[in-house]
Design a protein around this ligand. Structure first.
Ligand SMILES: [Zn+2]
Length: 227
């Protein structure tokens, strides 16, 4: 079976994180959400993790070459031998180019970039209604789409539900603007390479998942025919 090296692209609120987690289970591939693997590398104290920590401790942005180092560590891990799912990286053209160079060095190729598309209005609606459990931040609700049984209280552990700093209105506006300015150019970049696949992220999550499955199925059939 050929490798399945996927990148998930989409604005905040597109639901690509949910899809990433589902794909990880469905295809048994490691799912690398950049923020998480950066924190993990720091915790494990790997060489690049230590470098990343220096910047994070100062409150500075971790530079591209350090992030790509952290990601490269993971891609070379045994668990990623059959493929991987990247989410949150690359976020800029410079990062995309750095990733291309690294993949070439590793003699691997990106199979597809899956763009989960949602309108800005829909992204805003989704992000603004999000509530996160204070006891366990992986317990996430949405006041409209996935409401808790009791107002602002976690169904699982009774934790208080709060608005994450990331989900505050002024921060949401800024995150969407950053996406438009820095990340959206990647759509053309990957389209030119013929590996961009668009999925309508406004559909219910199960349908989005089905469409991604169909798309990956087609890619695999195409690859088998080439071999
Ligand atoms: Zn909870």
């Amino acid at each position: 079976m050929p490798e399945l090296n996927l990148i998930l692209l989409g604005p905040p609120g597109s639901g690509k994180g949910t899809q990433g987690e589902r794909l990880q289970e469905d295809f048994r591939l490691p799912y690398y959400a950049t923020g998480d693997i950066l924190r993990a590398a720091v915790k494990e104290g790997t060489e690049v993790g230590k470098k990343a920590k220096e910047y994070m401790d100062r409150g500075d942005l971790v530079p591209d070459e350090v992030i790509i180092g952290v990601i490269a560590e993971r891609l070379q891990d045994e668990e990623a031998a059959d493929g991987f799912i990247l989410d949150g990286f690359p976020r800029t053209l410079a990062q995309a180019e750095a990733l291309d160079a690294k993949m070439k060095e590793l003699r691997r190729e990106i199979t597809a970039v899956i763009l989960v598309e949602v309108s800005e209005g829909e992204a805003l609606r989704r992000l603004a209604g999000r509530r996160t459990c204070e006891k366990n931040p992986s317990h996430i609700y949405h006041l409209e789409l996935d409401p808790p049984k009791n107002d602002e209280v976690c169904d699982l552990d009774g934790g208080k539900l709060t608005v994450r700093d990331d989900d505050k209105p002024e921060v949401i506006t800024n995150r969407l603007a950053q996406y438009r300015e820095k990340t959206e150019p990647l759509i053309g970049y990957y389209e030119d390479r013929g590996i961009l696949q668009r999925v309508n992220g406004e559909l219910p999550p199960d349908e989005v998942e089905e469409r991604i499955h169909a798309l990956i199925g087609t890619l695999r059939r195409e690859e088998e025919m080439e071999i």
